[in-house]
Structure formats: structure tokens, C-alpha cells
Ligand binder design. Structure first.
Ligand SMILES: Cc1ncc(COP(=O)(O)O)c(C=O)c1O
Length: 499
């Protein structure tokens, strides 16, 4: 064995001339690994560049480049005239890093110190990730991706990237791209009777970010927050993560029961509602209840978080006005999203906040992720301003209404006595009510085993629902998929799964 390879175990590691990794980089990696693993001890003298180049059959430049990199990163130290040595000042931690890396590949469970906030985040147990990836019937919350005008979208996108505007490529306003804020304000004023100036519109990374910001900006840990029972998991998760104490408030056919909420927790700091189309029951909050809620909020000094997530999809009559337009005191924080009209991965939503809160929300937003991608915002502005948005919504209204009709018709035929299902004037999903003796979680598991998603109503509840139900999204699936899904669901429920 040559003197060199004894002193330089890494030299034995063959350098691969066909690899896409440069030779100098391979050599650097080999020496670095040998140092970290303790094979090359501190103070060991490395061979001269000439000797090593000869030993490895590579050019001297290759060795010099590797040594320079090691020198720059402090793994070796050089003394002019006296050679290159493994650094004597490598901290023990670094020397053990290799062993650490090996351990990390098979981590042993051990307690790590999360912050109190981190621990409460981890303990929310609200798993939004089950909505990732390709959807199958009847996963809710997904629009018809097969009917989105992607060609048009890509043309609008290309137009911006062909000659990108310098001002759009730099950091932007945390409140969003000004023309988009103006377009959203105009749209909300006309379509939803939202009363606002463009300056009150903050473009966010989806409604979920708006929920998170509102919870963090408006609540202290321990503050009580009313939530609809049953209600949207993403809202409960964001509020709980901010340390809020969730107070479930029951619903009836007029929406949230404000009196019941005031009886249980009169001094809540915030209330989360989806008044246009309650998620997931689909109930519309009556005008009397809206006024009662605003009146209570005024007395209690509470905020109202209005989630208008799918307001574009109303199939009968005129769209309902937003609660925000009834609020004279600036207590409503209004949220909306483009996830349901365009596509969820776009991650663009908006909030309309009272003018005196804009600065606080923008400060919080800037510290979290600065702002939403500006070029996408500019593309979306064109989509709105050039009339594509309105056209797409009109087309989708007709499509979703027909998809809903297929679901109802098929369910009434195949799921008689197993699932009570009613048409709805709005939204992208329907509620199906199970027979009294059927547990909805067990039914959902049976459905899953038959290849369909049917979210149990009880997963939206903090307590137990009065009656079990399944939430069935239909917008994203064509007539054939819906029919096939209903058949599968019928097969799952026909065995009457019980607890
Ligand atoms: C009731 C409700 N609010 C908000 C959202 C969040 O949407 P975004 O994708 O904008 O975060 C959803 C998504 O499914 C929803 O169902």
C-alpha cells in the first residue's frame, strides 16, 4: 500500500471521469467527507498538489481547485512553503456531523423543544393536506379544472413574460398589485355589494392566509372566537393556531344562532361566519340574523370574519349581498378567493379590511411572505379587466348547475333510503343526510374503500352533529364520473355500515 493512500484514504475513492460532477468537486467532497468522518485527523498533512495529481491521474489544476475550496471553507489550512494541513480548529460538532447525518436518516423519537406557539400549531390536528393532488368524486372544494381556459391563461401569462416590466420584477406592495386591488374592489362592489375603496383590499395567498392573518392580528391567546358548528376546518385551524378558544355556535335554517352564541360566550372577540353559503351545510344566513350578528358584534366590540369563498356560484335568483355591506362600524373583515373560480394552486385570494386596520395587516403580511407573486397578479388583473373572469363564471354556473342536477338525479335513484339529498341554489357541493342509525365516519370509510371520497359531517364539528351526513363535491367531475361515483357510494352504503 502506498504511503499516499494510507495517509489519504479518500484518494482510494475512485474519481469518476464520466460523472456530471466536476472532478475537482468529487475530490473536494471525498476529502471533506474523510475529514468529517474523522478519517483525516486535525493537523494531518495533505500530500502536495503535484503528488496527489500524480497519484489520482488528474491534472494539478483539479487538485488545486479542490484544495482552494477546502481552504476557503476552513476544512484545511495552508502554510506557505510548509504544505496543507487538516484544520486544527474544526469544532467537535462539525467533526461529528457525519455521524449525525447517519443518525438523521433513521431518527430516534425524542422530545425536541418546540415553542409554546409551535406546540399549539402542531396540536391543531387539522390536516388540510388531504386535499392535495388529483381529486376524485366527491372531494369538495375543487372547481372544474377540465373546463378552465388554460390556453387563454397561458397567452396572458406569456404576454407578461415576453417583455417583463421591471417594476413587476422587484419587491412589491404587501397589499398587492394596485391594478388588481382596484379591479377586485370594483368587482366586489358590483357583484357582492361590498362597500370599500381599493386601498382596503389586500391581495393574499388564498383565503387561508387571510384567516391566519386575521387570527394573528386581531386575537390574543385565550381570546374566545365563535365558529359555526359544523364549520370550515381551515378557519378553526387558523384561529386555534393563534391561541383562540373556539366556541362552537349552532346553526339552524337561518344560519348561525346568534342568541345561542351570546348565551354561551357573550364576550367573544371574533366570530367566523360563511353567511352566503355556509360551509358545509349550505344554509344562507337570513337578513334578520345578519343584522342580529352585527348588532351583537357592536355591543361586544367583536370582529366578524366573513368568508365568502364560493359566492360566484349562485344558480337561482340574484347573488346575495355580502354582510360586509351592512356593517356601518367597520367590524367586518371580508375574505374571498380565486381558488374556486380559477384554480386552487393559483394561491390568490383577497381580504377587505376596515381602513384603520390596513397598515397592521400589511405589516403582518410583509413579515410573513412579503407579498403574492406580482406577475401572476398582473395576469389575473388582465383576466378580470378583459372580461374573461365574468365569461368563465357564467360558463361555470351553467356547467355546475348541470353537474349538480346529475348528482341529485342519480343519488335519488341509486341512494334511495340511504342518503337524503336536496338541490342547492349555490356552491360546489351538496349535503347528503344519512339515516339516523348510520355513523357518518364509518360511512365515509366504507365509501373510501369503494373508491369515493365523502367527507363526514362530524369531521366539521367540535361536538357531535345532530344527524350524520356526507359532504359531496360535484363541480370538478363530469357526468360519467358522478354517475360512477354514486354507484360506488351506493355499494358502500347498501351494507349499512354502522359503528
Ligand atoms: C369555506 C372555505 N373557506 C376558505 C377556503 C380556502 O380557500 P383558499 O384556497 O383560498 O385558501 C375554502 C377552501 O376549500 C373553503 O371551503
Amino acid at each position: 500500500m502506498s504511503k499516499l493512500s494510507t495517509a489519504m484514504p479518500f484518494a482510494a475513492a475512485a474519481l469518476d471521469a464520466r460523472s456530471s460532477v466536476a472532478l475537482y468537486r468529487q475530490l473536494y467532497d471525498g476529502i471533506r467527507r474523510a475529514i468529517l468522518a474523522g478519517q483525516l485527523k486535525a493537523g494531518t498533512r495533505l500530500p502536495s498538489t503535484r503528488e496527489l495529481a500524480c497519484e489520482l491521474g488528474v491534472s494539478r489544476n483539479t487538485v488545486m481547485n479542490a484544495f482552494e475550496q477546502l481552504l476557503a471553507e476552513g476544512y484545511v489550512e495552508g502554510h506557505t512553503g510548509s504544505g496543507t494541513f487538516v484544520s486544527r480548529t474544526l469544532p467537535d460538532d462539525l467533526l461529528n456531523a457525519r455521524a449525525g447525518e447517519r443518525r438523521a436518516a433513521h431518527p430516534r423519537p425524542r422530545r425536541r423543544a418546540l415553542s409554546t406557539r409551535g406546540a399549539s400549531l402542531a396540536a391543531t390536528h387539522i390536516n388540510l393536506s388531504r386535499f392535495e393532488g388529483r381529486a376524485r368524486p366527491f372531494r369538495p372544494g375543487t372547481p372544474a379544472l377540465d373546463a378552465f381556459p388554460f390556453e387563454l391563461w397561458s397567452r396572458l401569462t406569456a404576454r407578461h413574460w415576453r417583455r417583463p416590466r421591471r417594476d413587476l420584477l422587484n419587491y412589491g406592495d404587501p397589499a398587492g398589485h394596485a391594478p388588481l386591488r382596484a379591479a377586485i374592489a370594483a368587482y366586489l362592489g358590483a357583484a357582492r355589494a361590498v362597500v370599500c375603496e381599493p386601498e382596503q383590499v389586500i391581495v393574499v395567498a388564498g383565503a387561508q392566509q387571510a384567516l391566519d392573518l386575521a387570527a394573528r392580528v386581531l386575537l390574543d391567546p385565550g381570546d374566545a372566537a365563535w365558529v359555526e358548528e359544523p364549520g370550515y376546518l381551515g378557519a378553526k385551524g387558523a384561529l386555534a393556531a393563534a391561541g383562540a378558544r373556539l366556541v362552537p355556535v349552532p346553526l339552524d335554517e337561518n344560519g348561525m344562532d346568534v342568541e345561542a352564541g351570546a348565551d354561551v360566550e357573550p364576550s367573544a372577540r371574533l366570530v367566523y361566519v360563511s353567511p352566503s353559503h355556509q360551509y358545509p351545510t349550505g344554509v344562507t344566513m337570513s337578513l334578520a340574523r345578519r343584522l342580529a350578528l352585527i348588532e351583537w358584534a357592536s355591543r361586544a366590540g367583536a370582529w366578524i370574519l366573513e368568508d365568502d369563498y364560493d359566492s360566484e356560484y349562485r344558480y337561482e335568483g340574484r347573488p346575495l349581498a355580502a354582510l360586509q355591506g351592512l356593517d356601518a362600524e367597520g367590524r367586518v373583515i371580508y375574505l374571498g378567493t380565486f381558488s374556486k373560480v380559477l384554480f386552487p394552486a393559483l394561491r390568490i385570494g383577497y381580504m377587505v379590511v376596515p381602513a384603520d386596520l390596513v397598515a397592521a395587516f400589511c405589516a403582518a403580511r410583509a413579515l410573513s411572505d412579503r407579498h403574492s407573486p406580482t406577475v401572476e397578479q398582473a395576469v389575473l388583473t388582465d383576466f378580470l379587466e378583459e372580461g374573461h373572469f365574468a365569461r368563465h363564471v357564467r360558463r361555470m354556473r351553467a356547467l355546475y348547475s348541470s353537474r349538480q342536477a346529475v348528482l341529485v338525479e342519480e343519488a335519488r335513484r341509486e341512494l334511495k333510503d340511504l342518503l337524503e339529498i336536496e338541490t342547492s341554489a349555490a356552491g360546489l357541493h351538496l349535503m347528503g343526510w344519512l339515516p339516523e342509525d348510520m355513523d357518518d365516519r364509518v360511512a365515509a370509510r366504507a365509501a373510501e374503500a369503494h373508491g369515493v371520497d365523502a367527507q363526514p359531517l362530524s369531521s366539521f364539528c367540535l361536538g357531535r352533529p345532530r344527524r350524520g351526513g356526507l359532504v359531496l363535491g360535484y363541480a370538478a367531475y363530469d357526468a360519467q364520473e358522478i354517475r360512477e361515483g354514486v354507484k360506488r357510494l351506493a355499494a358502500a352504503l347498501r351494507v349499512r355500515p354502522r359503528k
